[in-house]
Design a protein around this ligand. Structure first.
Ligand code: ZN
Length: 343
């Protein structure tokens, strides 16, 4: 799809305008309602597009301007989940959260993001990428009182995600990305059925598909968890061999400022790799030289035509100014390496 070498993108979310939702806050509630909210989301989407274009980003995302939470907003549109009932569960073995309850068979009565994707498609001719939650991360954000099996519920969600993905593809989305931070925690389940569920979600798609596996936003629960992971973060080592053998085209990984040994991406050689060259857990803006160095390091383990410079994760919690500067640094850094490669 991409002719340009080192096409840049972000992992997903971008800050929302203050008139739409409380800035620099994860999962903040909407400040508009009804028709004003619908129009406001579209205006925010236009601004997110413009910010990416001004920075020089090649693969455009919606910046998740139309959703409050990367998992819950999708689930809210499904049957079988009761949002009035709440149970406290531990998310990714890390922090307690009050979550809705699966009370009946899950189903998708109508498409969730297709209208938003169609709107973004109308605004630009650049390639567009759309993020959906992955099946394993979805089940980890719910209390299941119906299927009583994580694998079975994940499989049902995979079928629903496949319906949504096919409609997004028909709406002109070029890359569909599944966010699976849970892949970095439940290694046995990932290998037993997690990757199979993901492959069910991408079944029959002709557009490109990606899986985003990160160490999360820069919130305290995540930074505390990272402190327990030791000198080297080798989580990817347990899951990359099976991902390499999977039907997924692109793997989005966290690299810059993390303790992930870069050589682990050798394990997914042959896949396209979205290399996280921007740290989303700090407001310090990377220099283009730092970005370039991360990309040069990655080039030892991924072929140049398969290297996609990106961010470690979403940038919602950052200020809009910082997010814009980070996107610019990403694109300028990619440009440095692009010139080196063509020299
Ligand atoms: Zn992430």
């Amino acid at each position: 799809m991409m002719k340009k070498l080192l096409p840049t993108s972000t992992a997903g979310s971008l800050p929302k305008p203050a008139w739409l939702a409380q800035p620099e806050t994860l999962w903040s509630p909407w400040r508009l309602a009804d028709d004003e909210l619908i129009a406001g989301k579209q205006d925010a989407l236009r601004l997110a597009l413009q910010a990416q274009q001004q920075a020089g980003v090649d693969i455009i995302s919606d910046g998740e301007q139309t959703r409050q939470h990367f998992v819950t907003t999708f689930i809210e549109h499904l049957d079988g989940v009761d949002f009035q009932q709440r149970k406290t569960v531990k998310i990714r073995n890390r922090y307690d959260a009050s979550v809705p309850v699966v009370t009946d068979a899950v189903a998708r009565p109508k498409s969730v993001f297709v209208e938003d994707a169609t709107f973004l498609r109308q605004q630009t001719n650049q390639p567009i990428k759309w993020a959906l939650p992955g099946p394993m991360t979805m089940i980890d954000t719910l209390y299941d009182d119906h299927y009583k099996s994580r694998e079975k519920l994940a499989w049902e969600f995979a079928k629903i995600l496949n319906q949504e993905a096919r409609e997004l593809e028909a709406a002109g989305v070029d890359i569909i990305q599944f966010d699976e931070p849970a892949f970095n925690v439940f290694f046995d389940e990932v290998n037993d059925w997690g990757i199979a569920a993901l492959e069910k979600a991408v079944e029959g798609l002709k557009c490109e598909t990606a899986v985003h596996i990160c160490y999360g936003y820069g919130i305290k629960a995540n930074t505390d968890w990272k402190q327990t992971l030791g000198e080297e973060w080798r989580q990817y080592e347990d899951i990359f061999p099976k991902i390499q053998a999977s039907a997924i085209d692109i793997v989005s990984v966290e690299c810059h400022n993390s303790r992930v040994p870069m050589e682990l991406i050798e394990l997914i050689r042959g896949k396209k790799v979205m290399v996280g060259a921007i740290d989303v857990a700090t407001s310090t803006v990377e220099t283009p030289q730092e970005v370039a160095q991360t990309l040069r390091n990655a080039l030892q383990f991924v072929d140049a035509d398969k290297l996609y410079p990106s961010t470690n994760c979403g940038m919602t919690p950052l200020s809009r100014t910082v997010a814009a500067a980070k996107m610019k640094a990403l694109c300028d850094g990619a440009d440095i390496v692009r010139r080196e490669l063509s020299a």
